[in-house]
Ligand binder design. Structure first.
Ligand code: SF4
Ligand code: SF4
Ligand code: SF4
Length: 274
């Protein structure tokens, strides 16, 4: 596996076909389709079973979203038990066996990436792992999403190669692109970078237009460590509530001859996920 692996997303080339989404689901053994957005989905389409999504803007520009694999990841810094790990090669991965479900990582990530398996009795936090295991074992030589893209809207190489390619494209067609490489410096630099003809500030959580170039770990942990007990209590309460509602719905659906009363659909925002 190459050191400092990097994905370059070129928004100008994306046709929104979602081949990347399907390939990610397939290689990671996730359901082919989740159906319409429901509990567990965020507004941008990411969920515990959808680690990359295509954000469709009103102007019909399609923008792929996934974990940025930050050089100094806030998710790693806020995890109290070390369940999120920055690997020596670069990708940020997750150890389910260690995770205690506090969801600090979801609060800390500046891009709203980690998602929680709300409808599982043994839930985990899920997100893109940059196909780390399969790249490391040599089973694949590039991430499945990159391999599937028919337009080379998403390409793979070392950080140096992808930055060089991004600069080459910006220089070759200056009128086509905004002269900026998203992720070269934001939050200290990321291993998923973007070039585009539209401003991509909207990809950050809560539409923060400018995240700054400083790494976030110190700031996020300083804020989160002030509310650990309250947050853990709320997280546990939300999980328990969902489990009870889900179980009642299943029992009602299984009961022969009984009228099934559908519980009101809970949106992700209401469920506390983002
Ligand atoms: S984008 Fe979010 S989840 Fe991904 S490495 Fe950075 S902080 Fe962690
Ligand atoms: S790098 Fe791998 S895990 Fe991440 S979005 Fe692409 S296929 Fe999915
Ligand atoms: S496969 Fe390529 S062109 Fe299709 S949606 Fe994904 S990034 Fe865009």
């Amino acid at each position: 596996m190459i050191d400092n692996p990097c994905i370059l997303n070129d928004v100008t080339r994306c046709i929104g076909c979602e081949e990347c989404v399907a390939a990610c689901k397939k290689i990671n053994g996730m359901p082919v389709e989740d159906g319409p957005p429901r509990l567990g989905h965020s507004k941008d389409g990411l969920s515990a079973t959808r680690w990359t999504s295509i954000f469709r803007r009103p102007d019909e520009v399609s923008v792929r979203k996934q974990c940025r694999h930050c050089f100094e990841p806030a998710c790693v810094s806020v995890c109290p038990v070390g369940a999120l790990i920055k690997t020596p090669e670069g990708p940020v991965i997750y150890d389910k066996a260690i995770c205690m479900g506090c969801r600090y990582c979801m609060m800390g990530c500046p891009y709203g990436i980690p998602h929680y398996e709300w409808n599982s009795i043994n839930p985990s936090v899920r997100k893109c792992i940059l196909c780390y295991d399969k790249l490391k074992s040599g089973e694949i030589d590039k991430p499945a999403c990159v391999n599937a893209c028919p337009k080379e809207a998403t390409t793979f190489g070392s950080q140096e190669e992808m930055l060089a390619e991004a600069r080459r494209r910006l220089a070759a067609e200056p009128e086509k692109y905004i002269q900026h490489i998203w992720g070269e410096h934001e939050v200290g630099g990321t291993s998923v970078i973007y070039i585009s003809h539209v401003d991509l500030g909207f990809l950050a959580w809560q539409d923060k237009k400018y995240l700054g170039t400083e790494p976030l770990p110190d700031r996020t942990w300083a804020a989160l460590k002030k509310v650990p007990l309250e947050f853990l209590g709320m997280a546990s309460f939300m999980t328990a509530t969902w489990w009870v509602i889900d179980r009642r719905m299943r029992l009602a659906a299984e009961a022969p001859g009984e009228k099934v009363t559908e519980a009101p659909e809970t949106t992700e925002d209401e469920g506390g996920e983002r």
